[in-house]
Design a protein. Structure first.
Lengths: 231, 212
């Protein structure tokens, strides 16, 4: 019997090594695996490279992970937020490395890694500072930049529903980076609000087939506004 | 009288025809949606994978799982759909967005846009989806004040700030004028704010303005 459901957040994050590259899903707070991020802080892996769209806000979640000194490098498109105090302080003091990537290039680099494509060409950033040092090439008279796949050791993703095969269903705009991140890591760990019986999730609704997922942990984020019928 | 921010957004919205798929950048561009009448079907795409955004939710009807690129709560229009980031940016980079509206620091007469980084800023630069939109949308219109707060032109011969995209801007909507960017010619005045003269706009512009 295939059963990817683990009983605790600690079990979900067991074995994450120092020096890992970790993909973290979400766009702002939506679709962000908050409980797994807290779990990673507890777990204590250090010298991490984290890949996500935003560099955290306030002193919780990803910001706390950085504040604890667990992050060596961040790869993201938008390190600004309402309250980016932790990232900006570390960045100004030279204690964290930033690789700024246009959002679509970030998504495509992750997708490429999951799809076995080592590199690709895109018009995004051609002729700008973010293309500096990268191979470029002309196709049909237009300039393109070569971008490499972004493979990772670990992906932390968030879903609304999951089953024991690791099939994931996303809610609202909570898919965002999660489906491609689930494809691009050696170890994909999902937190889900609800665990459903195998066969209960409609095949058309499954955003990530369980083949991409290694571990699932059920977490109740609470709040009576998070009812599936409101989707 | 120069346009205020709402009037600028309304002026731009007047030029968006029914049927277009439109991506609005964060800040002033987001205001454009408020000025497209509901009877005109325009599909608003948000980079985080929402195709068919509706107006802001009424109090008590917010769904925390529905946000736009600026991370504001939204509703869905009838006919809306969701995709993940790879597909959302495939839509953007693959040329399926009829119009993208962005803010700007500078627009040059060759259509170059600078809107993501300034050397004055010691904090980390943030690019988001701006470069993808600049490279991939069928049309790019910029909405911004005509000059900086201290009166320096933002419409210039060549951008001084780091570029977001090369030769990508088709039109600029400012508080003073609407300017087309025409290849091989530069800025062509399409419209002036009520009571504003061409001489006045030219005096506040760092590039030559042409008339049609």
């Amino acid at each position: 019997m295939i059963n990817k459901i683990v009983q605790s957040v600690a079990d979900a994050l067991a074995g994450v090594k120092d020096g890992s590259t970790v993909l973290i899903g979400g766009f702002g707070s939506v679709g962000q695996p908050d409980v797994l991020i807290e779990g990673l802080i507890e777990q204590g892996a250090r010298d991490l490279t984290i890949v996500l769209n935003n560099a955290g806000s306030g002193r919780i979640g990803v910001a706390k992970l950085m504040d604890q000194g667990q992050v060596r490098k961040i790869v993201c498109s938008f390190p600004r937020s309402k309250d980016p105090v932790v990232f900006e302080t570390l960045y100004r003091e030279g204690k964290i490395e930033l690789e700024l990537v246009p959002q679509g290039t970030l998504a495509e680099r992750i997708r490429a890694a999951g799809a076995g494509i080592p590199a690709f060409y895109t018009a995004t950033a051609a002729g700008t500072l973010l293309a500096r040092g990268k191979e470029s090439r002309e196709f049909e008279g237009k300039a393109y930049v070569m971008e490499r796949a972004l493979k990772a050791d670990v992906a932390l993703v968030e879903a609304w529903e999951a089953d024991r095969w690791g099939n994931l269903v996303y809610r609202g705009s909570g898919g965002n980076f999660n489906p491609i991140m689930a494809m691009a890591a050696e170890l994909t760990i999902a937190q889900a609000q609800h665990i459903r019986e195998l066969g209960e999730l409609h095949p058309h609704m499954i955003g990530t087939p369980g083949v991409y997922v290694n571990r699932v942990v059920q977490v109740d984020r609470g709040g009576d506004w998070l009812k599936p019928e409101q989707v | 009288m120069p346009f205020n921010r709402d009037q600028m957004a309304a002026r731009l919205a007047d030029d968006v025809p029914e049927g277009w798929c439109v991506n609005l950048g964060i800040g002033m561009p987001t205001m454009v949606a408020n000025h497209v009448p509901p009877t005109r079907e325009v599909i608003f795409q948000s980079e985080n994978g929402v195709i068919g955004m509706g107006p802001a939710p009424k109090e008590g009807e917010e769904d925390p799982w529905l946000i736009n690129a600026g991370k504001q709560l939204i509703t869905l229009a009838r006919g809306a759909s969701f995709v993940g980031h790879a597909d959302s940016f495939a839509m953007i980079r693959g040329g399926h967005i009829d119009l993208c509206v962005l803010g700007g620091f500078e627009v040059a007469e060759n259509g170059d846009l600078a809107n993501w980084a300034t050397s004055e800023n010691d904090t980390a630069p943030a690019v988001g989806g701006a470069m993808d939109l600049a490279a991939g949308a069928k049309r790019l219109w910029v909405i911004m004040e005509h000059t900086t707060k201290d009166g320096r032109p933002k419409i210039v011969e060549r951008c001084g700030y780091p570029l977001t995209g090369l030769a990508c801007v088709n039109r600029v909507y400012t508080n003073l004028a609407v300017l087309d960017v025409v290849e091989g010619k530069g800025f062509v005045v399409r419209d002036l704010a009520p009571g504003v003269t061409l001489e006045e706009v030219q005096a506040k512009t760092g590039a030559t303005l042409h008339t049609q």
